[in-house]
Ligand binder design. Sequence first.
Ligand code: GUN
Ligand code: FE
Length: 430
Amino acid sequence: MLYIKIERFALKGDIIYSETQEKFTCNEDSFLVCVDGRVEGIYKVLPDCFINIPVKDYTGKLIIPGLIDMHTHGPQYSFRGLGMDLELIDWLNKNTFPEEGKFSDAVYAQKAYSIFVKELVKGATTRACIYATVHMEATKLLMDLLELTGLKCMVGKVNMDRNCPDYLKEDMQESIANTREWLQETLHSYKNIVPILTPRFFPSCSESLLKELAVLQKEFNLPLQSHLSENKSEIEWVKELCPDTNNYGEAYELGGVFGKNGPVVMAHCVHSPAEEVMLMKDNGVFIAHCPESNTNLSSGIAPVRTYLDHKMKVGLGTDMAAGSSNSIFKTMVMAVQVSKLRWRLVDGNLKPLTIEEAFYLGTKGGGAFFGKVGSFEKDYEFDALVMDDDKIEHPGLLTLPQRLERVIYLSEGRHIAAKFVAGKNIFAFD
Ligand code: GUN
Ligand code: FE
């Protein structure tokens, strides 16, 4: 008889998470039960059927869902905090492309990606959508390193066949052939890592390249990521490159990569006109809001309130190295801060984000791109962080939402006592 072992355990502590954008769901001093990598339930007292399961006792600590980074660049980790005085196009040409060129060298890639991955594991992120570079070998190396961590990530070999230096430019046919080969090697090779198609952005991808990627997306049933309406000069450039379309989103739609052939996440959407917003909504396109990047590159402030009012799919991204921090806690703080500036300085009709909304975006909002992820509702994948918020000392008594707000603002990604992804313990200090 086939015997299947079912993994069951519980975490005990102060549990807080988002079911809705409006308010936190709180369960003080309770048991969060995991069965086979998914949330079974939250109980004040363990029911009889779970009475003998292992319990990790984190009494007095906060238990929250793992954080989701919907948009970041692995190879750019090495120049975080450098060259922040430029706007997007100059920043790509001066900083980004020369650094990404170095990933043709496997030794350099190994060194650089090891640092990126080590820091990702230490922090509060449990899942991420990650751009690699155009290089197939280095991209596989990044996937291999990430697989060993237990984090669940989508990783993309970047595609570019125009408007970039020759040392990164691919011929269209070569780009597709390499992507196909990379997919064949990686699609079923990992437990934790999946490939995601990654046309960098419209200016660096011809329409025929996008169309071929759309075919691959459909054939292999793949997710796809790119950048959209981040910067005003970029948007003007797309208009010149694709004059017959009304907006940047339509240019992607023309290439078949705007949600009709599979799930898509677009970073930024800072300057999306109303028709582009409606096209995203109709096509179910996810938006990765990257407030630190948008501040550093003077891109602007995305109207996240509008996206939430339209009930669109939104999450948060660090977008390193345009964002300097790998912390989605910091991204939540900045999402609130820039929304306040937008409300005060740009549009008084768009109310600032609340901390509940920012936490929702960084957990359940982005988690939806990965499936049932980012919450502790029944059957969600068991991604959990145990936060030792006692270390952020306070003289009085605080409620669970107050403790969580302080963790978001003050922990800076430290004070993580344990981290679980899909029920697997990534690390624990106990
Ligand atoms: N648009 C195209 N490439 C990039 C990138 O690497 N970073 C950001 N922020 N925007 C981009
Ligand atoms: Fe980016």
